[in-house]
Design a protein around this ligand. Structure first.
Ligand SMILES: [Mg+2]
Length: 232
């Protein structure tokens, strides 16, 4: 059978690597080791405050309004200072440990490895990610994902973030393929799906949370094993 696509470009965080579960596990450990129960009502109080700041700072980072160092420290410093724990040095140390510990976590979305094993004989597979370069390779290695992927495209090394069209043109050129033979698979409507649409590349929206949207997307799935009937 002649397959439509030759190259599959997977986002990593929230698409294969279960970012939420792995991040929460890390934050629970650090919450205890930094004795944050002295300042917050409980872990959930800290986590909710952190999430608010983290989401906002990431959106600013993608737009180029804040740098990586600011994002990384402020997402902890801001929730700390909200509860009267105004210590930038501790926030910096917390941020450092978060980046050291989280990539050692290995939870993946259900059936990730099984699905990749079945796709591997038929496709060249690659990672396209906006995550920090020093953690993404460790995550891939520790979680057993690394052997499935030929190239790892990291926005920091390319110089722009998804959804910037240059990012998409870059990996197509680098793989010596065409946009017609490529498929982008990701969980972010903004970074992955809109980016691919604008670049003229077909997309699979991994909508595990069943979000409502108005976009005209090539394919949509709510679990990774739904890729198999689409691609095999
Ligand atoms: Mg993602």
């Amino acid at each position: 059978m002649e397959r439509k696509y030759k190259h599959l470009f997977f986002d990593l965080d929230h698409t294969l690597w279960d970012f939420e579960a792995n991040s929460e596990e890390t934050l629970i450990e650090l919450f205890d080791s930094f004795h944050l129960n002295k300042y917050f009502d409980d872990f959930n109080d800290f986590h909710a405050r952190y999430e608010t700041h983290n989401l906002y700072l990431w959106s600013q980072y993608r737009k180029g309004n804040v740098d990586k160092k600011t994002l990384n420290t402020q997402r902890f410093y801001l929730p700390f200072s909200e509860v009267g724990f105004d210590d930038i040095a501790i926030a910096q140390e917390f941020a450092k440990q978060y980046l050291a510990v989280s990539p050692t976590k290995t939870r993946l979305f259900p059936n990730t490895i099984e699905v990749l094993k079945k796709l591997q004989p038929h496709y060249q597979m690659h990672i396209i990610t906006n995550g920090f370069r020093e953690v993404q390779s460790k995550k891939l290695k520790n979680s057993g994902l690394a052997p499935f992927f030929k190239n790892i495209y990291i926005s920091e090394l390319i110089g722009v973030q998804k959804p910037h069209p240059y990012f998409f043109d870059y990996f197509i050129r680098s793989c010596n393929t065409s946009k017609k033979e490529a498929l982008v698979i990701g969980d972010s409507l903004e970074a992955d799906i809109e980016g691919a649409i604008k670049a003229g590349i077909d997309q699979v929206f991994f909508n595990s949370k069943q979000l409502q949207h108005e976009k005209n997307i090539t394919h949509e799935i709510s679990a990774l094993d739904q890729l198999l009937p689409l691609l095999l």
